[in-house]
Design a protein around this ligand. Structure first.
Ligand SMILES: Nc1ncnc2c1ncn2[C@@H]1O[C@H](COP(=O)(O)OP(=O)(O)OP(=O)(O)O)[C@@H](O)[C@H]1O
Ligand SMILES: N[C@@H](CCO)C(=O)O
Length: 305
C-alpha cells in the first residue's frame, strides 16, 4: 500500500479553500505506486488525484507540473495539474510538497496488445512534437556521465562477464552518442506501468518525474524495451513493429534516427540495467525501493549486440 503520509480531513478542507474545485468530500488512498503517496480526492465537483511527494523537493516540482500542463494543453493524454486560485500549481500537504491533478480513466496492463502498442507509440510521438514548444529544459540526470560513474561503483559487485559487458557497452555508447539526433523533452521512463489504457486507447501517460532533455529515438527505445519485452527478456517483433508504426503515423523517423535505433535500444538497456543494479547492490537506507530484476536488461542487451 503506497500511502506513506497521513492526511486529515480538516487539512484537506483547508487546502481546498485555495482551489476552485468545490467542497471536500473524501480522500481515498491508492494502493499502486511506489515512490509517492497518491489519493483519489472526491469533491463536490468530481474526483481528482492528490500526490504527496515523498522524495522530490518543492523547488523541483514546477518543471514537471508545467510540463504536464503544457502537454495536456497540446493534445497529449496526461493528467492536467489543477492550479490554485493564485495560479500556483504545487502546494504542501502534511509539510511535504504536493499537487492535485485531473483523474484519468483506465488502468495499466502487463500484457499489451498490438493495438495498444500502436496507440502508445502514436501518443509518444505526439508528446515529442508537443515538447518542441515547451520553453524549459532539464538535463538528463541518468545518461552518459551517470552510467559511467555508476559503473565504477558497481564493478566490484559484478561477475566478470557482466563487468566486462557493462564496460564494453558504456565505451561503445561513448563512441556512438545521440546528441546530433532530433531531441526535446522526453518521458525517459515510459514503461507499461506508466501508461493508463482505456481499452485500446491511451487514457494518459503518468509519472513524468524522469522527464528531461534527450533524443527522441532514445525515448522510443526505452519504451519499446518494456512494451515489447517478453518474460524471457527478448523483444516481440509484432509488438515492436506495432509501436513503431503508431509512432511513425505521427512523426516518421529520419534516416539518421532509423540507423541509430539499434544503438538506442542498447543505451536504454544500459540505463535500466544500471539503475536496477544500483537499487540491488546499494539499497538506500530509508528509501522505499521495490527492487526489479536487473538481469532483464542485461539479457535484453545481449540480444542487440
Ligand atoms: N491522474 C491519475 N488518474 C488516475 N489514476 C492515477 C493518476 N495518477 C496516478 N494514478 C494511479 O495511482 C497509481 C500510482 O501512481 P504512480 O505510479 O504515479 O505512483 P508513484 O508512487 O507516484 O510513482 P512510482 O510508482 O513510479 O514510484 C497509478 O498506478 C494509477 O493507478
Ligand atoms: N521503470 C523503472 C523503475 C522506475 O524508474 C524500472 O522498471 O526499472
Amino acid at each position: 500500500m503506497s500511502v506513506y503520509t497521513k492526511v486529515s480531513d480538516d487539512e484537506m478542507r483547508d487546502l481546498l479553500t485555495h482551489y476552485a474545485i468545490g467542497e471536500f468530500q473524501s480522500l481515498q488512498g491508492i494502493a499502486q505506486g511506489i515512490t509517492n503517496s497518491n489519493f483519489f480526492l472526491h469533491t463536490s465537483t468530481g474526483t481528482y488525484v492528490l500526490t504527496v511527494f515523498e522524495a522530490l523537493h518543492e523547488h523541483e516540482l514546477p518543471f514537471y507540473l508545467q510540463l504536464k500542463q503544457h502537454l495536456s494543453e497540446n493534445g497529449v493524454a496526461c493528467p492536467a495539474p489543477i492550479a490554485q486560485k493564485s495560479g500556483k500549481l504545487h502546494t504542501q500537504v502534511a509539510g511535504k510538497p504536493a499537487c492535485i491533478v485531473s483523474k484519468l480513466t483506465g488502468r495499466d496492463t502487463a500484457f499489451p496488445t498490438e493495438q495498444q502498442c500502436f496507440a502508445v507509440g502514436e501518443m509518444l510521438a505526439k508528446m515529442h512534437l508537443a515538447s518542441l514548444s515547451f520553453a524549459q529544459t532539464m538535463p538528463n540526470p541518468r545518461h552518459t556521465e551517470w552510467w559511467t560513474q555508476s559503473c565504477l561503483k558497481l564493478l566490484p559487485h559484478l561477475a566478470d562477464d557482466d563487468a566486462q559487458l557493462l564496460q564494453n557497452e558504456i565505451a561503445f555508447l561513448a563512441q556512438n552518442p545521440d546528441d546530433t539526433l532530433p531531441s526535446g523533452i522526453i518521458h525517459a521512463d515510459l514503461f507499461k506501468d506508466n501508461v493508463l489504457l482505456d481499452g485500446e486507447k491511451v487514457a494518459g501517460f503518468i509519472d513524468f518525474y524522469y522527464a528531461c532533455q534527450g533524443s527522441f529515438v532514445y525515448d522510443i527505445a526505452i519504451a519499446v524495451n518494456d512494451w515489447a519485452r517478453h518474460a524471457n527478456h527478448t523483444l516481440d517483433g509484432n509488438l515492436q513493429a506495432a509501436f513503431m508504426r503508431g509512432y511513425q503515423s505521427v512523426r516518421p523517423l529520419t534516416v539518421a534516427e532509423r540507423d541509430y535505433l539499434p544503438i538506442a535500444h542498447r543505451a536504454g538497456c544500459v540505463r535500466f540495467w544500471v539503475s536496477r543494479l544500483l537499487d540491488y547492490h546499494f539499497p538506500a537506507e530509508g528509501e522505499l525501493t521495490f527492487i526489479k530484476d536487473p538481469n532483464a536488461f542485461r539479457d535484453l542487451l545481449l540480444t542487440f549486440r
